[in-house]
Write a protein that binds this ligand. Sequence first.
Ligand SMILES: Cc1cc2nc3c(=O)[nH]c(=O)nc-3n(C[C@H](O)[C@H](O)[C@H](O)COP(=O)(O)OP(=O)(O)OC[C@H]3O[C@@H](n4cnc5c(N)ncnc54)[C@H](O)[C@@H]3O)c2cc1C
Length: 481
Amino acid sequence: MKPIMPNEIQGMSEPRFAGPALDTRIIEKLTTVGCPTAIDEPTRRDAGRDWWPLSIGWAAQGSPATLPGIVLRPRHQADVEAIVAICHESATPLTVQAGRSGVVGGAIAPTGGVALDLTDLTAIVAQDDDSGWITVGAGLSGPDLEAHLARTGRTVGHFPQSFDISTVGGWVACRGAGQLSNRYGKIEDIIRGLRVVTATHGVLHLGDRAPRSSVGPDLMGLFVGSEGTLGVITEVTLATWPVAESRQQAAYSFTSVAEGNEACRRILQRGAHPAVLRLYDEVESKRNFDLDDCALIVLDEGDPLTVAAHMAIVDDECAGAIARDATLVDKWLGHRNDVSALAPLWERQIVVDTIEIAGRWSQLADLHREVSAAVAAVPGTLLVSVHQSHAYLDGACLYFTFAGRPEEAEPYYRAVWDAASRATLATGGALSHHHGIGRNRARFMPEALGTAFGLLSAIKDDLDPRHIFNPGVLGLGGTSW
Ligand SMILES: Cc1cc2nc3c(=O)[nH]c(=O)nc-3n(C[C@H](O)[C@H](O)[C@H](O)COP(=O)(O)OP(=O)(O)OC[C@H]3O[C@@H](n4cnc5c(N)ncnc54)[C@H](O)[C@@H]3O)c2cc1C
């Protein structure tokens, strides 16, 4: 899969972030590894950006975020090992890039650094059909993974909105969540093993023995959400499910988000977890479904008996809501991955982004109110709306969308993220539910993790003492933004 970017870089302006050029002796050394290499400027400019909305705006003005010194496309694990060794020895910054669909600036290689494009690591390494395990190269894309599994009637069930443009390794590195995750689980529930190339501990082979183990702390978990700051994930083992035999859908509407969330809480706490349980506020219900109240769309799939039981609980708990035409779910299915409007808005100087956070049911109404108010109070904001997209026994994810037409995009963008992040942390919520931290949220990591940030920094220093891996991302080892 070749990474697909939201817009072209329209011009030849300087990169947004300057830095020293990569030493030609290191370039020569890296080219001896023998994998495909690019040092031409167009390729390096393209590798200097990802789907971070701010970089969409810079691209519209002719600038990549950065200008990496070289782009390397390893085809084998041994290539990755050799590249990491050279970068470690020479203290050269190295950023893993995969689909580059990350929206927080994590895949942007620093100016003068190495962009390590993993999208050729696509091997199907092993498959255990009885247990339903599959081990694949980290650069395998979502569609290629599912096309391979479809031949044996199985699915991983991980379908992020960015499914078409992201990779298995990227899902793990960002601790992602798919749209059907209430049934299939988040990526941390699905992975069973990892192979990771580190700078100081060689190649780690983590997990890969059994569905669960009690053999000390969860070291595999250390790399889930590590966003390329601790090492390079080269292989991933995933659990799979039989492709669903049955599917049912339903739709309802509520007079308020709070009332709809209360129904979702009761549904989850009765043990039903339909694959999709999405609740929209009035603004998003109008935009998506032409409804004036708050739409709840529900879809479940799997064994017919389980699906019927889940949908019966949903219907019972939504008895006080208005039953809506279940084809609202088809409307969502038809448009759910369409984000073609994003780049044109940035090109018209309208700043748009999404902020996904999480909290317990007892905090959710406060989080909704506080974050909405904080974003709305930033001068230039035109709109802030929300939906609830992933629900749990004990809480849910709130997914805000904001749009503004400020005098200057970048300070406004930073002010909105400052306001939303402070309100989230002050109200007791989690800073990110599934997009991760990247560069965009890095400045809030010490506050989000408290004293545990010191532990994370110490782990970083041990695994990456020269801070070569993604400096600045997660607030570790360099300047973020
Ligand atoms: C339109 C759109 C919708 C999205 N919807 C969702 C969604 O529904 N759910 C969701 O979870 N996310 C979503 N995202 C965010 C993004 O797609 C995910 O974070 C995805 O998992 C990133 O995968 P990638 O292969 O594109 O990684 P990249 O963007 O290339 O990299 C992301 C980060 O992970 C690191 N990384 C990538 N691969 C590896 C590896 N093998 N080893 C070590 N580090 C690595 C990079 O250095 C970087 O820090 C969406 C993004 C877009 C643009």
